[in-house]
Design a protein around this ligand. Structure first.
Ligand code: ZN
Ligand code: ZN
Length: 273
């Protein structure tokens, strides 16, 4: 039987990897716990959470893309920035009705876990159903009893992208704003590169309060916060307008791309400013 891998990245703070495709994070407090993102919806995430804690779960999303929202129906409510509510509804419907999920597994898994068999994941049960959206905005604080988690609105990857700050454990949960693999700013509902740049600067102003990044996609580990500086530099270069246009394609993405050192950004040249 396939199992999600879990790693305790700090005390009472778990990275739950949905088969190396996408991460969720479970932050357990003395009264309740916070779940950040709920993956593609393969298998039953809530059953895996119950192996870690029996406490009530408040679920929140870094953004409305389909690879982070799949388990939404398993939770009482699912909180998300209002700017991403419309696309949540659209993506959720596509997740249920189309081949989108199977395509994602077939294209991403060979990159993120070359040993694994995509067909085995495609065969897992899915728990899509009725969901209840609620609002989470800049400054929303989740009180878990003995710890508090603060929401920071960081438009960029999507207009409603959120980061979550655990200043007690010095971790920033950054969703798809700061992955190691690449940054996507080329969705119809992505913000401009300039807005992304400003969001990363806003995050960096708080950098005394965290040491590591816990991103939406990565192997079972966190990253040094300096990755933010690399993205600030690369996005500034793009915004300056001095970068030559280059189109490209790999197994996962296509369009205009900018490679600067270790940073790869996919973007829309019409949305630099
Ligand atoms: Zn995304
Ligand atoms: Zn994602």
């Amino acid at each position: 039987m396939l199992q999600r891998k879990t790693v305790e990245i700090a005390q009472d703070t778990w990275l739950i990897s949905e088969f190396n495709l996408v991460n969720s994070f479970l932050l357990v407090g003395s009264d309740r716990c916070l779940l950040i993102d709920c993956g593609l919806g393969l298998g039953n995430l809530l059953e895996d959470i119950r192996k870690i804690t029996e406490k009530p779960v408040q679920a929140v999303l870094t953004h409305g893309h389909f690879d982070h929202i799949g388990g939404s129906a398993l939770f009482e409510t699912i909180a998300l920035h209002p700017s991403d509510h419309a696309q949540f509804k659209r993506w959720y419907q596509e997740l249920i009705e189309t081949e989108l999920l199977n395509q994602y597994i077939r294209t991403r898994l060979p990159v993120r876990d070359p040993q694994a068999d995509p067909e085995e994941l495609i065969g897992l049960p899915r728990n899509f159903g009725e969901y209840h959206l609620s609002v989470c905005e800049d400054g929303t604080v989740f009180s878990l009893g003995n710890r508090e988690i603060e929401t920071i609105h960081t438009p960029g990857h999507t207009q409603g992208s959120l980061c979550f700050l655990d200043s007690q454990n010095k971790i920033l949960f950054s969703g798809d704003m700061c992955n190691e693999e690449s940054l996507l700013l080329n969705f119809p509902d992505s913000a401009s590169v300039k807005t992304y740049h400003e969001s990363m600067q806003k995050i960096w102003q708080r950098s005394a309060e965290f040491e590591v990044l816990a991103p939406g996609h990565s192997p079972l580990k966190v990253f040094a916060k300096q990755l933010i500086q690399d993205y600030i530099r690369a996005s500034a270069e793009l915004v300056s307008g001095s970068v030559a246009l280059e189109s490209g394609q790999n197994t996962m993405h296509s369009g205009y791309k900018y490679q600067s050192g270790n940073i790869l950004i996919w973007y829309d040249p019409a949305k630099l400013q």
